[in-house]
Design a protein around this ligand. Structure first.
Ligand code: SME
Length: 173
């Protein structure tokens, strides 16, 4: 009853992603500040898609993932490497699409209403600096289209890690 879907007269969510990525390109061109770039990215994504209930970054910190800029309800702060969907995506360096979080062993339920999830690792020079995590209250909300475009979003952001203030990230990017 409370489900929200992303409609567009011309080709559904792919059209929304193309438009959103264009807007992201101009937003990111304005300034190289790291936090500002990540914060505007999650705000843009969250408000472009009705079906996204939580959009945010978890960033590597001393071998764990720590929540970064996000849009949505307050979230778990720390996730161990290899734990939850986020930690497994970070460890395996693979984008993970979970169609039903209840049937994913180890899923960390920050929000009991979340039903499906996609996690894209941010990989630079073989090292994972963090992940982009998107949740939905719909079952099976994410597919290959989300994988393709959210991976493009991550690619667009990599250069900003130079300005993260973390010396080891500045070296790698
Ligand atoms: N579900 C995630 C935890 C983070 S929240 O969804 C915001 C996981 O299993 O890693």
């Amino acid at each position: 009853v409370n489900q929200t879907f992303d409609h567009s007269p011309l080709g559904g969510k792919e059209t929304i992603y193309r438009e959103t990525l264009k807007q992201l390109e101009s937003l990111l061109a304005e300034d190289d500040n790291f936090i500002a770039s990540l914060a505007n990215t999650v705000a843009l994504l969250k408000f472009s898609f009705n079906s996204f209930s939580w959009v945010g970054f978890y960033l590597e910190s001393n071998g764990e993932l720590v929540v970064g800029p996000f849009q949505g309800k307050p979230a778990c702060v720390r996730i161990g490497w290899g734990e939850g969907v986020c930690g497994i995506a970070a460890q395996s360096k693979q984008t993970l699409i979970v169609r039903n979080v209840e049937s994913f062993p180890g899923h960390i339920a920050c929000d009991p209403l979340s039903k499906s999830e996609i996690v894209v690792p941010i990989q630079v020079g073989g090292k994972v600096l963090g992940v982009l995590d998107v949740d939905s209250e719909n079952l099976s909300n994410f597919d290959e289209i989300d994988r393709t475009y959210l991976q493009k979003v991550v690619e667009m952001l990599k250069g900003k890690f130079k300005n993260s203030g973390r010396e080891e990230w500045s070296r790698d990017v």
